[in-house]
Design a protein around this ligand. Structure first.
Ligand code: SAH
Ligand code: SF4
Ligand code: F3S
Length: 445
């Protein structure tokens, strides 16, 4: 079926969605669909969606209207995948542009759904969640353009039930993927010339694989990163996201032991107020979080620490907000992703806590958080001036064609004149200046 059809896939949301789109390209590639560069050329348009905040969903509704215009011009099929498909189900299927709705655990069914659509003309939907699916045996078709760094999903779902978060509802229960399949995938990437893999999970510290044949045989996350690090000394290993309630010292010791495990930890704090953390069901306190930070500094002294912060969660007071700013000043994050609270239907917060911080207050608090963080990021980057770092080159600099960009082990973006070097090479860069987002320097031999 589907001989020589062209597939255009558009991806929203997190890195896991980027990876899932690569899985979908692989599944449909085996059924005659090859990727194309624009929706105007496509026989099938897929949009892989995100539900984390309301604005993520609004963008997709806008895209569906655009796809409908395309459908009025010619024959083209449209499918909605991912978290919004899982959350909204029939409501999405009712949109006149949409032919197929498929949740995150149903991508193996896509070829059969497309076949049924062609045969019957009926819209198709499958949003079943799975306790087992990890797509472990599927070799994704990479969509990164650099051939240097790639994502690998090591687990799916989430069991944490943070009260504001939609992910456990749309991604289902947590499952860990077979470590052998992860190591094989990373090894194949290395053979194909990749120099960095980024291991993905909503809470990587709770990764735990049990051998189904022998449940006493287990692999923890700290063991997994060592297995991947052992593939080759010049294959970098990154991971995210770490959860403050679960990140143990074993992971830090693995990082300290293997120079190719990158010295960066993304440790979302969400708030600096114990009352908010309790209400969010994060299961740590400011004190225990700071204890984790102290351990990172002790065991991996040069590690960069980044975070996520939510401004204006239910009942957040000015005092709670000040506590967040205070925590940011104490930790001095290298960078942060910062958001306004967005109520998600069906979550515990939506059911039980009024969304009572006025929008203008949320916006003002978020702006204060962003302003403080950019000042801290700039200070942090200034501390790098005068030092030399090993940088993995990823590609040409967007601003200056004679320059390249890459990342330090601590995940800082670094821009420098090319001097004949190429993506995929490691170079040593002496940092001479910076902005709050970028280090600028020169290659030293
Ligand atoms: N699993 C990761 C985060 C996944 S979602 C973790 O637990 O840290 C990425 C970030 O989106 C979260 O860290 C949080 O800061 C933000 N987020 C999640 N739900 C949100 C909501 N309802 N409103 C605003 N931000 C939200
Ligand atoms: Fe959402 Fe919490 Fe799970 Fe992260 S750990 S995905 S914030 S429920
Ligand atoms: Fe969004 Fe789903 Fe990722 S809700 S953030 S795409 S897991």
């Amino acid at each position: 079926m589907g001989n020589n059809k062209r597939l255009f896939i558009e991806t929203y949301g997190c890195q896991m969605n980027v990876y899932d789109s690569e899985v979908v390209l692989s599944i449909l590639g085996a059924h005659g669909y090859s990727p194309c560069g624009s929706l105007e050329e496509a026989d099938l348009i897929l949009v892989n969606t995100c539900s984390i905040r309301d604005n993520a969903e609004q963008r997709v509704w806008g895209r569906l209207d655009r796809f409908l215009q395309e459908k009025k011009k010619r024959i083209v099929r449209v499918g909605v995948l991912g978290c919004m498909a899982e959350r909204l189900k029939q409501e999405l299927l009712s949109h006149p542009a949409v032919d197929i709705v498929a949740g995150p655990d149903t991508y193996r069914e896509l070829p059969a759904m497309l076949l049924r659509l062609e045969e019957s003309g009926d819209k198709q939907i499958d949003t079943a969640l799975s306790m087992k699916e990890t797509y472990a045996d599927i070799e994704p078709v990479r969509t990164d353009r650099n051939g240097v760094t790639s994502f690998i999903s090591i687990m799916r779902g989430c069991n944490n039930m943070c009260t504001y978060c939609i992910v456990p509802y749309v991604r289902g229960a947590e499952r860990s993927r077979d470590p052998q399949s992860i190591v094989r995938e990373a090894g194949n990437l290395y053979k194909a010339g990749y120099k960095e893999v980024n291991l993905l999970g909503q809470n990587v510290d709770s990764y735990l694989w049990k051998n189904p044949e022998n449940p006493t045989e287990t692999v923890t996350f700290a063991q997994l990163i060592e297995l991947v690090a052992l593939i080759a000394p010049d294959l970098r290993v990154r991971f995210s996201t770490s959860h403050p309630k679960d990140m143990g010292n074993a992971v830090l010791y693995s990082m300290a032991m293997y120079p190719n495990i990158c010295t960066h930890i993304h440790l979302p704090v969400q708030s600096g107020s114990d009352r908010m953390l309790e209400k969010m069901n994060r299961k740590y306190t400011v004190e225990s979080y700071l204890e984790r930070i102290a351990k990172i500094h002790e065991i991996v002294p040069d590690a960069a620490i980044t975070t996520d912060i939510i401004a204006g969660f239910c009942s957040e007071t000015e005092e709670d907000h000040q506590a967040t700013l205070e925590l940011m000043r104490r930790v001095r994050y290298d960078s942060a992703f910062m958001f306004q609270y967005s109520q998600r239907p069906g979550t515990k917060a939506a059911r039980h806590f009024p969304d009572d911080v006025p929008t203008e207050v949320k916006t003002r608090r978020l702006n204060e958080i962003i302003e403080l963080q950019s000042a801290i990021s700039l200070e942090r980057n200034r501390e790098c001036i005068g030092s030399t770092y090993e940088v993995l080159i990823e590609g040409a600099s967007k601003r200056d064609s004679g320059s390249l960009f890459g990342r330090t082990s601590s995940n800082k973006v670094c821009v420098f004149p090319a001097l004949g070097h190429r993506p995929g090479e490691y170079v040593r860069v002496a940092v001479e200046s910076c902005t709050s987002a970028t280090l600028l320097g020169n290659i030293v031999e």
